[in-house]
Design a protein around this ligand. Sequence first.
Ligand SMILES: Nc1nc2c(c(=O)[nH]1)N[C@H]1C(S)=C(S)[C@@H](COP(=O)(O)O)O[C@H]1N2
Ligand SMILES: [Mo]
Length: 215
Amino acid sequence: MALNDRMIKTKENWAKFRRGGEEREVFEDSQDPRLPPGQHVVHNWPVLDIGCKPDLSLEDWRLSVEGFVTSPIVWTWDQYLAEATCTSVSDFHCVTTWSTFDNEWEGVSFKRLIEVVKPLSLATFVLFTAHDDYTTNLPLEACDDDDVLLAYKWNGKPLTKEHGAPVRMIIPKRYGWKGAKWVKAITFSDKDQKGFWEIRGYSNSALPWKNDRYA
Ligand SMILES: Nc1nc2c(c(=O)[nH]1)N[C@H]1C(S)=C(S)[C@@H](COP(=O)(O)O)O[C@H]1N2
Ligand SMILES: [Mo]
């Protein structure tokens, strides 16, 4: 796969030299109590990826949820849609310092997914794998939250390809890179396995309110 190696290298260096983000510029907007430290509001929706935007047909699309679960699933698009009854409004914070407010997401809530697959008690971590081979990881307790969704709609419209259609993860309390676009598999595990940016120096926890950008 042709990834954007130069961009990836640049961001890896940011992670190396901007540890903790202490020297980060403080924007005037950061007076806004809804803005985490070092963030500013944008009114467009930037696109960020590692250099590939997979084109997925709904007919061939599958979502696997596997690993340390009682009932693994492989959902077709219709099976996914049948469970996509959750709506949640949240803010989105990207590690590159932009934030967007009041995004309305629609899809399957992670809490519903947990009811369906029933994670084993040993399952304490989750790894997300996407169709561009991007990966990212979180503790299960970070995903087991009311505002975490496998989203297919944003502000009433289906997601566009560049934003992760047909389905992407939304995890509002973590920086945006923790939310895999074009999500393909969700793997529950007893072990924490680092994802694409976590291997390259990004924070494992990624908490916007703690300015927790790099490891
Ligand atoms: N599959 C996949 N998901 C991904 C990425 C990616 O490169 N591939 N980039 C992440 C990063 S770094 C960010 S900031 C957000 C950006 O989402 P957006 O392009 O919809 O704004 O997606 C995240 N999810
Ligand atoms: Mo990002």
